[in-house]
Design a protein around this ligand. Structure first.
Ligand SMILES: *Cc1c(COP(=O)(O)O)cnc(C)c1O
Length: 454
């Protein structure tokens, strides 16, 4: 059994700038299009939803974007997060691989999402906004924005996907502790919600529906903006503090990853860890093998089409070019609520198209098996989302053992699973099913993709 080794940075080493991969890519990202005219959107189109600074960050090609001092000051509450060598897991697997994880569960809400929530709340407060609306799947994003709202004196209203709202009452309670209002989506409070309820009263909801509800309210109220917890360029940008810190921590460890791994829902925690390493590679540094891990029940990167699509079910958002299962696709029930989105971050989609990353899909029982093995060696109970990354890590470590090669593997442990213990109970009771997506629904959803001039 190896001893636990943590690589801890002094808080003065919290990055002063976020890293923007757009500056290092061989081609620029495709522009978002207006949902009506299908022409590239301008800042004015986004102004009803986002503050000016975030709109700028959405389109900037600058390599480095300064982190405002008040945001860095708040980061000090939980950053720099530790990089931990998983020596006991290595010993249990009897692998020559060296396994490291960056642990983002140390934030108050328990995931990486607070990295962007405090930044978004800061820019909205600066722009004179009074209230934020948002969606949440598993509740990690809703609770992160609730806390960030409290820190900056902003009201927060959260539309929580019905399936999770019923499964995870303590996430709702957490949002209320931090002063937010959380309602089950689809709700009767919006046009988009009422339309879905009329058609499908028993729906379990989806992130696409919840986004429509949150966007509708923000678009109709001048004092209210919308905040998104993943997918958009500015969200991925804020998450790069993870990888920037990890690069410094690997220098302390006198090591460097051959393989970097993250789970992908909308792509933000994956990009947060991986993009700084890809940037170093694109600027002539060492090559890393980057692996995005997703659920087989919602296989956006492995089965989706790379095309322009809406970000939401109600078709209120701009069209973005991404890997998508179609905006009407609703995945079957599974426990990683944070990975149930029909689309993928345009920047993660682009780096896959450029051959810079690969993606793999996993069934949930194999993921829970990996999460339990991790927990029995390293202690931390992972969020079900992260279990997808851990599955790939263990697979790669066992491959190293078979091949007799000692690779260095790094992964993002994006959050803890303390609010997901029901999922673990279901796993132990043998109640989890490995359900595949409905192929007919996927075909129908893809057939309904918007038509856009080439
Ligand atoms: C939300 C969430 C995810 C999925 O979102 P990404 O934008 O893909 O990171 C993954 N892990 C945790 C812990 C989450 O809360």
């Amino acid at each position: 059994m190896g001893e636990t080794v943590k690589y801890l940075l002094d808080e003065t080493r919290i990055p002063k700038e976020w890293y923007n991969i757009v500056a290092d890519l061989p081609q620029p990202p495709a522009p978002p299009l207006h949902p009506g005219t299908k022409q590239p959107v301008g800042p004015a189109d986004l102004a009803p939803l986002f503050p000016p600074e975030l709109i700028l960050q959405e389109v900037t090609a600058e390599r480095q974007v300064p982190i405002p001092e008040p945001v860095r000051a708040l980061y000090r509450q939980w950053r720099p997060s530790p990089l931990i060598r998983a020596r006991r897991l290595e010993a249990a697997l009897d692998t020559p691989a060296r396994i490291y994880f960056k642990y983002e569960g140390v934030s108050a809400p328990g995931s990486h999402k607070l990295n962007t929530a405090v930044a978004q709340a800061f820019y909205n407060k600066e722009a004179g906004i009074r209230r934020l609306t948002t969606e949440t799947g598993a509740g990690q994003w809703g609770s992160s924005l609730a806390y960030a709202g409290t820190l900056f004196g902003l009201e927060v209203k959260v539309f929580m996907v019905r399936a999770s709202f019923n499964q995870k009452p303590y996430r709702k309670a957490m949002m209320e502790v931090w002063g937010a209002n959380c309602v089950s989506s689809p709700s009767n409070e919006t046009e988009a919600g009422r339309r879905v309820l009329a058609e499908m009263p028993d729906t379990s909801g989806s992130l696409g529906i919840a986004i429509s509800e949150a966007v509708e309210i923000a678009a109709q109220n001048a004092d209210t903006n919308y905040a998104l917890g993943s997918v958009l360029n500015h969200v991925l940008l804020h998450q790069t503090v993870i990888g920037l810190e990890a690069i410094e921590q690997f220098a302390m460890a006198d090591d460097y990853p051959d393989i970097v791994i993250g789970c992908t829902g909308g792509g933000s925690n994956f990009a947060g860890l991986v993009f700084p390493f890809l940037g170093a590679q694109l600027r002539g540094g060492r090559t890393v093998q980057a692996i995005a891990c997703e659920p087989a029940a919602c296989p956006t990167l492995t089965r989706g089409r790379y095309a322009y699509d809406f970000g939401d079910t109600g078709h209120l958002t701009p069209l973005v070019k991404m890997h998508t299962l179609g905006s009407t696709f609703i995945p079957p029930g599974f426990h990683a609520g944070g990975l149930r989105y029909h689309g993928m971050a345009p920047l993660v989609s682009l780096v896959q198209e450029l051959g810079l990353i690969e993606s793999r899909a996993f069934h949930q029982t194999a993921c829970f098996e990996a999460a339990v093995q991790f927990s029995r060696t390293e202690g931390i109970v992972p969020a079900p989302e992260c279990s997808h990354a851990i599955r790939a890590v263990i697979d790669e470590a066992l491959r190293c053992k078979r091949d007799g090669v000692a690779k260095t593997i790094a992964f993002n442990l994006s959050g803890h699973g303390h609010f997901d213990m029901q999922a673990y109970l279901d796993y132990f009771a043998g109640k989890l099913q490995d359900r595949d997506y409905d192929a007919a629904m996927l075909d129908a959803a893809l057939a309904g993709l918007p038509v856009v001039a080439a």
